[in-house]
Design a protein. Structure first.
Length: 130
């Protein structure tokens, strides 16, 4: 596995992007909306990984709920694996809990989320690229 990205929940995407770009010296940013998850994402490309800043696009977005209860900050880490279905099966055998089934993410990826209770308080996305 490798760390694919680190996702951070923010209140105002435009403001956050400017501050992150400025602080980290990152020039290129891509924007993307994932309507099924109710988020708009700004992707900052680093040498070996990405930082994704996320804002909620609707009131019932999971990110909105997160921001209301926890405030801005680290939302999840994403771990990339080549064979997501096999990996999920292996983990389930070991008692790892998941939030939902494997489903389509953005750009042809397949994703699911590992419950934070299984990783000592960290929400982790498991993803595989096509
Ligand atoms: Co993610």
């Amino acid at each position: 596995m490798r760390i694919d990205h680190v996702a951070i929940a923010v209140n105002n995407l435009e403001e956050a992007v400017k501050e992150y770009q400025d602080a980290l010296g990152v020039k290129e940013v891509e924007f993307e909306s994932v309507e099924t998850e109710g988020v708009r994402v700004a992707i900052l490309h680093l040498d070996n990984s990405r930082i994704e800043l996320m804002e909620a696009t609707r009131a019932n977005s999971p990110i909105k709920k997160f921001l209301e209860s926890r405030g801005e900050g680290l939302h999840h880490i994403a771990l990339e694996t080549e064979k997501i279905d096999g990996e999920v099966e292996r983990m389930k055998d070991r008692g790892v809990r998941f939030l939902g089934d494997v489903r389509p993410g953005s750009r042809g990826t397949k994703i699911t989320f590992i419950h934070p209770k299984s990783l000592h308080g960290v929400l982790a996305e498991l993803c595989s690229h096509p």
